[in-house]
Design a binder for this molecule. Structure first.
Ligand code: NAI
Length: 339
């Protein structure tokens, strides 16, 4: 029996998490869900977007399955996602992008994994306004790239490639302009690559990399990069396989691991019952793999892929005009698992 902290999240979160929990439970793997609040749901209930009880629960269980959280734009509280990453040192954000048969996309052969440094870079949270007479005349954000943080994420990428029997690691940077932050990351990457002669290594400048990804994604296998570039490129990769509704991510740290969909709380479709739970279910697949339950993970992934390939009972984001919703696609996946 595993105990996992479950955060339903905001907007579409509770409905897609409920659907995903049903799918995971259909594998027979025994999980006790330790339900906790965060985000707007927690603000409404206890005036704190990240209650101590939630932090304690993740500390205890070291595993968290999380729905999307709404972050106020501009003012308001700091992103809980960023806070959780820093609190639990969730340094590696791992996002596989593998084409789904049946999803309407430009390419059918995408099979890459983006590994994004999750705690440093421009998202280190060191920023401020410069004011003259209360007028904001400038703003500064500081990018932090440390040797330790870079070694840790690049080594993770090579180890991941080895374990997943992948052939190549591509390091993405902007070292021609950002000579210090990106320059250090690249220098460390080149050194670490020498320790992995069995894995091909190359590096790309981020802008050219974005262009190549949309021209021929088959050039990419494992991609490792700093926080901001990884944020953008992993969404680009999500677009290549059919959008945010299909893409999942794992946040792996030294003291905990957190699994979630790549998309946000989708306030525009909240309460309509039409949100696609697939990305959250695929995050569950990654979580089962992490737990050492590969058979259950494969059972779900096979069923998800079969349901999407068949093209029936899909949510409208996958099939325009479809009358089916979150519960229908989850039911179709569970039926397929038993087939
Ligand atoms: P979003 O990902 O919530 O939505 C973008 C578009 O994709 C919307 O049109 C939405 O309807 C659609 N969409 C997203 N997920 C879908 C799903 N499962 N099924 C069908 N359609 C789906 O991004 P947006 O609107 O920029 O952000 C909304 C809120 O979510 C913001 O407060 C943002 O900060 C937060 N957010 C939270 C994340 C997290 O908790 N990991 C990640 C990204 C955003």
């Amino acid at each position: 029996m595993y105990t996992i902290t479950l955060i339903p999240g905001d907007g579409i979160g509770p409905s897609i998490m409920e659907a995903a929990v049903q799918v995971i439970e259909a594998t027979g793997v025994r999980i006790e869900w330790d339900r906790q609040l965060a985000g707007m749901a927690a603000v409404d209930k206890c005036s704190n977007p990240l209650p101590d009880a939630t932090l304690e629960s993740i500390k205890r269980n070291r595993l968290c399955y999380k729905g999307p959280l709404t972050t106020p734009v501009g003012g308001g509280f700091r992103s809980i996602n960023v806070t959780l990453r820093q609190e639990f040192n969730l340094y590696a954000n791992v996002r596989p992008a593998l084409s789904f048969e049946g999803a309407e996309t430009a390419f059918k052969n995408v099979n890459m994994v983006t590994i994004r440094e999750n705690t440093e870079g421009l998202y280190a949270g060191i920023e401020h306004f410069i004011k003259v007479d209360e007028e904001k005349i400038a703003a500064e954000s500081v990018a932090i790239v440390t040797r330790k943080g870079s070694e840790r994420i690049i080594e993770y990428a090579f180890e991941y490639a080895r374990k997943a029997q992948r052939k190549k690691v591509t390091l993405v940077h902007k070292a021609n302009i950002l000579k210090c932050t990106s320059g250090l990351f690249l220098e460390i990457g080149r050194d670490i690559a020498k320790k992995y002669p069995d894995i091909e290594f190359d590096d790309r400048i981020v802008d050219a990399c974005a262009m190549r990804m949309v021209m021929d994604p088959s050039e990419f296998d494992v991609v490792v990069t700093t926080n901001l570039f990884g944020d953008i490129l992993s969404d680009l990769a999500a677009g290549l396989i059919g959008g945010l509704g299909l893409t999942a991510g794992a946040n792996i740290g030294t003291s905990a691991a957190l699994f979630e969909a790549v998309h946000g709380s989708a306030p525009d479709i909240a309460d309509k019952g039409i949100a696609n739970p697939t990305a959250t279910i695929m995050a569950g697949v990654m979580m089962l793999e992490h737990l050492g339950e590969p058979a259950a993970a494969r059972q779900i992934e096979r069923a998800v892929r079969a349901v999407i390939a068949r093209g029936e009972r899909l949510t409208p984001d996958l099939k325009k005009g479809s009358p089916y919703g979150t519960r229908d696609i989850a039911a179709a996946i569970i039926e397929q698992m038993g087939a």
